[in-house]
Design a protein around this ligand. Structure first.
Ligand code: MTE
Ligand code: MO
Length: 435
């Protein structure tokens, strides 16, 4: 199994460097496999004149335009083909979040599910011929096609929350390196698949197993075939719960290629990184898995509260397990005008727990009112809530939402700083102008 090399230089190359070394690869990383074929013409010497002609105007800064770069005017839709309204945070690897107001649906449509890639998605994502290996400390190692999964195990559909451990990172001060997610690295789509537990049981889990190890078919940013971009796992007890799925359908259709087509894990309520996409292999181990992004400071936080900016020894980091209690206001959209009365709505979730209350404030936290909260449609789903709010007069207001979970944990107002900017579950504040 490939190991993390802590002394390796950072893998994310600059734009110019990338295009200079490998314009075709850069183009593909930039625009994805589907777009690649149509774009080839550009790389094979599409001159400035051609580009200008297609844009219908000159490119004043053409001297600083990387050679091989396809103008975003042609390509912006292609990067996020099949997605709607997502904000692109990074294109190598592709990372895109969903603005809060576009997460208004009870079940997140496929085109609004965020994308968090650590490497480059595989070229081949056909369901036919795809296999999943179950190996390591099992009685009977297995190699299963997607058809095998469907015919041998019970198929279930569940609404499940996937939230990136770094969601909310943009709010950290001092800033933390990594994708500057604001609020939208979270989604709750309907996932159809088989229970991981059923598959592991069929393979026979040996008594000494403590952890799973997940391997996907994506490629490391360096292009090195011997390196995995990410390989995480979960404690075997978590893997054997009822709501961890090996999914082959998303919202009743195929998985989006950027969301792991044709097969992925969905581990709701834990850092999204546990939910391996383009799933090829699950190995059972008798040690805590130490694959890439399991060790060091990846998806790990200090074992105690630390002061903002404080240096923390690597040995004092612990693996993030369940995600904390959180809520999102999905309507009204922040910075919009509303009338004197408005319905406020959104979602709330807390990993491995349920939400017991969502409270709203329009007076900067002086007083709170209860929102009307739905039960989860199944365990692992977020809970929808709504409230009719009346504003006493015209002016500037903030709507704040604060969720409390079944263990009494409540969202904080202030951020709990940590070096990599994980687990920001502060209250969501929405600005409204009441007319
Ligand atoms: N194979 C593979 N699986 C992966 C990743 C990845 O880069 N490669 N990213 C992980 C991370 S960090 C997150 S938050 C979720 C995001 O899932 P999504 O892109 O479908 O929203 O996928 C996880 N599974
Ligand atoms: Mo993530």
């Amino acid at each position: 199994m490939t190991q993390d090399n802590p002394s390796a230089p950072p893998q994310e190359r600059g734009l110019y460097e990338t295009f200079e070394h490998d314009p075709e690869g850069a183009d593909r990383a930039f625009f994805g496999r589907l777009a690649h074929a149509d774009r080839r013409g550009f790389l094979n010497g599409a001159g400035l004149a051609t580009m200008g002609a297609m844009l219908g105007m000159a490119i004043p800064f053409h001297r600083t335009m990387p050679q091989g770069l396809v103008p975003a005017a042609f390509a912006s839709q292609d990067v996020l083909t099949g997605k709607d309204g997502l904000t692109l945070l990074n294109d190598r690897p592709i990372n895109a979040e969903t603005p809060a107001h576009l997460l208004d649906d009870a079940i997140t449509p496929t085109e609004r599910h965020f994308i968090r890639n650590n490497g480059l998605p595989p070229d081949e994502t056909d369901a036919a011929g795809w296999t999943l290996s179950i190996d390591g400390l099992v009685d009977t190692p297995m190699e299963l096609s997607i058809e095998d999964l469907k015919s041998r195990f019970e198929t279930v559909t569940m609404a499940l929350v996937i939230e990136c451990g770094g969601n909310g990172r943009a709010a950290f001060d001092p800033p933390a390196r990594g994708n500057q997610w604001t609020l939208g690295a979270v989604a709750c789509s309907n996932w159809t698949g088989v229970r991981l537990k059923d598959v592991l049981t069929a393979a026979g889990v040996k008594p000494e197993v403590v952890y799973t190890a997940h391997v996907g078919a994506d490629t490391h940013l360096s292009g090195d075939p011997d390196k995995l971009p990410i390989s995480r796992g979960v404690p075997i007890a978590k893997a054997m719960t009822d709501d961890v799925l090996i999914a082959f359908e998303m919202n009743g259709g195929p998985l989006h290629v950027q969301n792991g087509a044709p097969l992925r894990l969905v581990v709701p309520g834990w850092p999204g990184s546990c939910s391996q996409k383009w799933l090829r292999r699950i190995t059972l181990r008798d040690v805590v898995h130490d694959g890439p992004k399991m060790t060091g400071t990846s998806y790990r936080v200090p074992n105690r509260p630390v002061a903002p900016g404080e240096e923390v020894d690597k040995k004092d980091f612990v693996i993030i397990e369940r995600m904390p209690v959180k809520s999102l206001i999905t309507s009204p959209q922040t910075d919009t005008g509303v009338g004197r009365s408005v319905e406020v709505r959104g979602h709330a979730w807390s990993g491995d727990r349920t939400i017991s209350a969502v409270d709203l404030s329009i007076d900067f936290g002086a007083t709170w009112m209860k929102a009307n909260l739905d039960a989860p449609v199944n365990s692992g789903a977020w809970q929808n809530w709504r409230a009719d709010i009346a504003f006493p007069q015209a002016g500037y207001y903030e709507v704040w939402a604060r969720a409390t979970d079944s263990d009494g944990a409540m969202q904080p107002f202030a951020i709990n700083w940590n070096p990599k900017g994980y687990l920001n579950n502060t209250m969501h504040r929405v600005a409204v102008q009441v007319s």
